[in-house]
Design a protein around this ligand. Sequence first.
Ligand code: HEC
Ligand code: HEC
Ligand code: HEC
Ligand code: HEC
Ligand code: HEC
Length: 396
Amino acid sequence: MKVVLIIVAIVTALYAAKVVEVSKEYQTSQKCKSCHLQIVKDWEQSWHSKSHYLKDEYFRATSEYVARKTRKSLNSVKVECATCHNPRISVTSTGFDYEVKVLMKLDKDSEVNKATQNSAISEGINCVVCHNIDKIHDDRDSSHRGMNRVSWTKSGTMVGPFSDSKSPYHKTEHRDFMDEKSDQLCFVCHANDKSVEGLVFTDMQSEYKKSEKGCVDCHMGPKVSGVAATLRLDNGKSKKRDIRAHTFSGGHVQSLWKDALGLSMWQKDSDIIIVIKNPQPHNIPSGFGSRELIIDVSYKNANKEIDSKSISLTRYYKRKRGKASIPHLAIEASEDMSIPALGKRILKVKNVAGASSVNVKVYYRLVNDEVRSILNLKEAIWSKKSLITSTNLKLK
Ligand code: HEC
Ligand code: HEC
Ligand code: HEC
Ligand code: HEC
Ligand code: HEC
């Protein structure tokens, strides 16, 4: 027994995330603005900048719901989620003793409370998350993600895609995960995520079908000529570089979902066959567990709608005793209805008597009805239906 405990202790110590404090002059993106203005502006629009508890209603509501249902303190849940959502936090786990402190209202001056309220982490996934990763430990088992999969550089050393850069403000070092192996960087967090019951509700890394494009080609756009830093070091000029945008656009942004899927249909006897094709290398929807595709079918006679149907492709989650729940608390999930990576899904609907044409529209929604109502989400973006693509078919 003792031996087992010692081994467990060693293994835990080996894999426990090591905190490296970031000194004030590098903590926030404000400090980078004077030389990297456009990058900071791009990043501010991205959802990486909204990954802090206070900046994303859906994330906040989920954290609070998890805390309530598991009877844990909210701060313990915040620390758990920070593994990927806020990996520069200064406390990496909480224990039973902290829960007791909270119950006795003695937590006010604790390290955990200080860590969760510290303004240094208010930007979530910011510059010093990605650019201070020293090593990515892909030898660790697949459940080690976020801060548990990386070690950090010393404060003030920025890793990047260049091997010949110099900056008067910080040290620079090249890493291949900033360059030809950048998928590896994204998979630090965008890989698999599981519920408190151990159910894996998203598994982007295993569903991924490697193609000639990497994550950055689509989510940071193609390389274009520009400057990485506006500082005039190169004989009074800023150095020309091939750079990408730091917008990390995804499912929250129209430019990306528009035409993200292909749509075709035909008539077969009394049925209409609808084929939705996904040319992207990961499933759609993917990533977070309660995204939804909505397929609205409208039957028309001349220009008048005579009937309609709505099909939802999403996943539903159940807790203990079969109660409807959210991904993070689930013990089971309904069938995965997403369109597989580089694959397709075929739907069949009945024709309607008197219809002369059919119109089909495919929409994307960030959160399905069930999860939205459990969490009582108020902001309009979560329920908004965003058009991906549509098509018409004349009937015989
Ligand atoms: C989610 C990870 C991530 C975050 C957050 C991030 N970067 Fe980057 N950054 C990258 C990647 C990947 C590249 C390499 C892009 C490429 O292929 O050119 C890069 C490249 C750069 C470059 C070199 C220019 C270029 O486009 O290649 C600079 C400078 C830079 N980042 C600064 C910043 C600053 C400043 C911030 C904060 C506002 C920031 N980055 C936030 C991942 C990140
Ligand atoms: C005083 C100006 C200045 C400030 C402030 C500054 N940088 Fe830089 N940075 C530079 C210069 C100059 C380069 C080199 C650009 C080149 O070679 O094209 C650079 C390069 C980089 C690179 C690319 C390194 C590589 O080798 O690929 C990253 C990443 C980076 N900076 C991140 C940051 C972050 C994060 C901050 C804020 C915490 C920051 N910088 C603040 C001037 C600055
Ligand atoms: C430290 C963990 C981490 C790393 C590394 C990381 N991400 Fe993220 N990413 C997140 C989290 C967490 C969110 C969700 C934030 C939110 O919505 O509050 C996110 C959001 C996104 C989104 C927006 C998704 C949407 O639904 O709109 C895109 C796109 C994205 N990341 C792409 C990337 C790419 C590409 C890379 C690699 C260059 C990368 N990320 C690296 C954790 C990470
Ligand atoms: C060929 C282009 C392409 C590549 C490569 C690609 N994606 Fe995407 N991704 C998309 C498109 C298009 C969407 C928007 C679809 C939607 O959500 O409606 C998307 C959506 C996402 C989302 C939001 C998912 C959702 O359904 O809400 C995340 C997160 C994401 N991608 C991460 C990644 C990561 C991480 C990689 C690399 C492992 C990657 N993507 C590679 C095109 C791409
Ligand atoms: C293994 C890394 C990881 C951990 C741990 C993690 N997340 Fe996430 N989370 C992500 C990534 C990556 C995304 C972005 C995926 C996407 O947008 O499709 C995300 C997105 C989300 C979203 C969707 C946000 C949006 O704006 O649509 C919610 C809600 C969320 N996480 C809640 C949580 C909660 C609550 C916890 C802790 C109980 C947690 N996550 C722990 C990686 C993680």
